[in-house]
Design a protein around this ligand. Structure first.
Ligand code: GLA
Length: 644
């Protein structure tokens, strides 16, 4: 059974609305509600005084209506009484400003008072609801990612550093502290990166982000263990959020949750939204090791640079089924009912301010019906022969100070590689070489901007190619060791041997620059002086300062081949190139000859066909209306088993 539902905040509404909610949920086929995410001040209005009566009634009502519950611990938003009693638990910014109560996520995860209060409320909920018949899963906290630089954090950071580096001289070496007289002679001299005169030490900044990820994870694990102890049969999760500000290494966290749950909000109103949907779903499936759940997305909303874009009719269905096709255990939204006030008062909902007699709610009813008719098991997952690497610490390092260009964009580079494969209609997975050196049995692996690479991961990539794999490495990969010290002898250090070449000079170009390459390819923004050492040159720089020098190379290594892309190819050029490389590696599109606007995904026995374009499209004997979705048995030619 696929989940269909989303965040439900009955505490924001008078009780008579709850019965309407459940009736509407039944009408739409909603079978799960995430309850209590930010309800702490309604659950514990004063320290030690609990109000569980309303939550009892909500859970019973939902259960009677056939709706299961993802019950949240409310620890992402503290009640006002807590912050008054514990001002030291409020987070401090890098500028030394202690934040004030008034929003959410205003806590320091290292604060003992915060942690005790979080354990307490999670424990009370566990005690009361662990065996409630409506309980389908625990939803710990919300979108972990808060940052604090206070003195308590500083002490926790030092302990983490001691555990990681062992002794100060190892840390001094790893951080290259002789640069600008930063050599530490006592642990007490080290704090979180705070506002300083000029650029901070990149290794310090990177270790702090890794520390934050582990510290937040400790906070999660404390709650998870309490909840598990109360009833080991109920899965525990937390909703992952992706963003440049989030210091959470989800690939590592994935091992600690029972279900990988992901929030995703595309930020491109055009076809980019569909591409981002595919990207987020493929990445989440990778984190989940083959299964995952879309915990939140906007029912009728795409945020585009400060503007809300309403989804066109049918797009809610297309996006939702897009996540499901790529392995999600359901489609869940933020949120069920649009609130009357509060900070997100205009964020979209399945039941908007205008009520249920609206396009979005009507579409939700139809979607609920489609999801009910879909027969997919969590273990039915799309199978891919090509993978892209993902590494959160490389992202963080490429946000650091002192980089050679201001427009280096890790997420952009990974998205671009995924987008090129998506447009070539190739089903794509992700691999996580910073967490596991198991590179699977993919025919092809694309490595965009994998800046930090360990010796073990470098060896795994060499073995992969030697055994017959096809590796495609882009510029800014393999540059540094995991602690961010540069690998000497020429870039891309960790990959030099397998690639049979080296880079001796970077030539960052102006944003918007265009550089012509031979073989009809176009690039810009970034070029490099490449020296081959065994690799053959596939494409040369045709103009610009490196005219005549190698731009794209290929090295035969053992039974496989390893490509190097020394420049920022345009979308079209990257797509052409990756398509050709994939074809030569024997990676086939999901279906041959698909129209450009059509996306096809196989999940188990089902074939999902999406027409993202504005005109009808034909795939075999299936005619897809503009914006339409058809779901067919992948093996049997027959009638659609569901439709959007
Ligand atoms: C995330 C949060 C929700 C809400 C939405 C708004 O998903 O978990 O609480 O803030 O973003 O986009």
């Amino acid at each position: 059974m696929l989940f269909f539902g989303g965040d439900y905040n009955p505490e924001q509404w008078p009780e008579e609305v709850w019965a309407q909610d459940v009736a509407l949920m039944r009408q739409a086929g909603v079978n799960i509600a995430t309850v209590g995410v930010f309800a702490w001040s309604d659950l514990e209005p004063e320290p030690g005084r609990y109000e569980f009566g309303w939550l009892d009634r909500v859970l019973d009502l939902l259960h009677d209506g056939g709706v299961q519950v993802a019950l949240a611990t409310p620890t992402a938003s503290l009640p006002p009484w807590f912050t008054l009693a514990h001002p030291e638990a409020l987070p401090v910014t890098a500028d030394g400003v202690r934040l004030t109560h008034g929003s959410r996520d205003t806590y320091c995860v290292s604060s003992p008072a915060y942690r005790a209060a979080a354990r307490n409320i999670a424990g009370r909920l566990a005690e009361r609801y662990a065996h409630h018949p409506a309980l389908a899963m625990w939803h710990v906290h919300n979108e972990y990612g808060t940052d604090c630089r206070c003195d308590v954090t500083a002490a926790a950071f030092r302990l983490w550093l001691q555990k990681k580096h062992g002794d100060l001289s190892t840390l001094n070496e790893a951080w290259t502290t002789s640069f600008w007289s930063q050599r530490y002679s006592d642990w007490a001299q080290i704090g979180p990166p705070r506002a300083t005169q000029y650029m901070p030490n990149p290794a310090h900044v990177l270790d702090f982000r890794r520390f934050l990820s582990d510290e937040l994870l400790d906070g999660f694990i404390e709650q998870r263990d309490l909840l598990r102890a109360a009833n080991p049969d109920v899965p525990v999760t937390t909703n992952f959020v992706q963003g440049g500000w989030v210091s959470v290494d989800h690939a590592r966290w994935a091992e600690e949750v029972d279900i990988v749950a992901v929030d995703h909000y595309p930020d491109d109103a055009g076809a980019g939204a569909e591409e981002q949907t595919a990207f987020a779903a493929d990445l989440a499936r990778g984190w989940g090791g083959g299964s995952w759940l879309l915990m939140e997305t906007g029912p009728n909303l795409i945020y585009t640079s400060g503007r809300m874009h309403a989804k066109e009719p049918g797009r809610l269905t297309r996006h939702s089924l897009g996540y499901v096709a790529r392995g999600s255990g359901g489609a869940m939204y933020f949120q069920w009912r649009q609130p009357r006030g509060g900070a997100e008062l205009f964020h979209s909902a399945l039941v908007p301010h205008a009520g249920p007699d609206t396009p979005v709610f009507r579409e939700a009813i139809a979607l609920g019906r489609t999801l009910r008719n879909l027969d997919v098991a969590a273990t039915d997952q799309p199978a891919a022969r090509v993978a892209v690497t993902w590494d959160a610490p490389s992202w963080w390092a490429l946000q650091g100070p002192g980089l050679p260009a201001g427009d280096i964009d890790y997420l952009g580079a990974v998205r671009q590689a995924h987008r090129a494969l998506y447009r070539a209609k190739l089903q794509t997975d992700f691999v996580f070489p910073g967490v596991s050196t198991d590179l699977g049995d993919y025919r092809m692996i694309v490595v965009p901007h994998l800046y930090l690479v360990s010796d073990e991961a470098a060896a795994a990539f060499r073995d992969y190619v030697a055994a017959g794999g096809t590796l495609v490495v882009t510029y800014l990969s393999g540059i540094a060791e995991p602690d961010s010290r540069i690998r000497l002898g020429g870039y891309p250090g960790a990959f030099r041997e397998v690639l049979g070449m080296r880079v001796v000079e970077w030539h960052p170009q102006a944003p918007g620059a265009t550089v012509a390459l031979s073989a009809d390819l176009t690039a810009g923004r970034w070029i490099e002086r490449v020296e081959t050492a065994g690799a053959e040159t596939i494409s040369l720089y045709a103009d610009g300062p490196l005219a005549g020098a190698p731009a794209i190379t290929r090295n035969r290594y053992g039974a496989g081949s390893a490509w190097y892309l020394s420049t920022a190819l345009t979308d079209d050029s990257l797509q052409t190139l990756l398509h050709e490389i994939a074809a030569s590696a024997g990676v086939e599109p999901v279906l041959p000859d698909l129209p450009s606007d059509v996306e096809a995904v196989r999940r188990g026995d089902l074939l999902f066909l999406f027409n993202h374009g504005g005109r009808p499209a034909t795939v075999g004997d299936v005619v897809l209306p503009p914006g339409g979705v058809r779901i067919r048995s992948a093996d049997v030619e027959g009638a659609p088993v569901g439709r959007g």
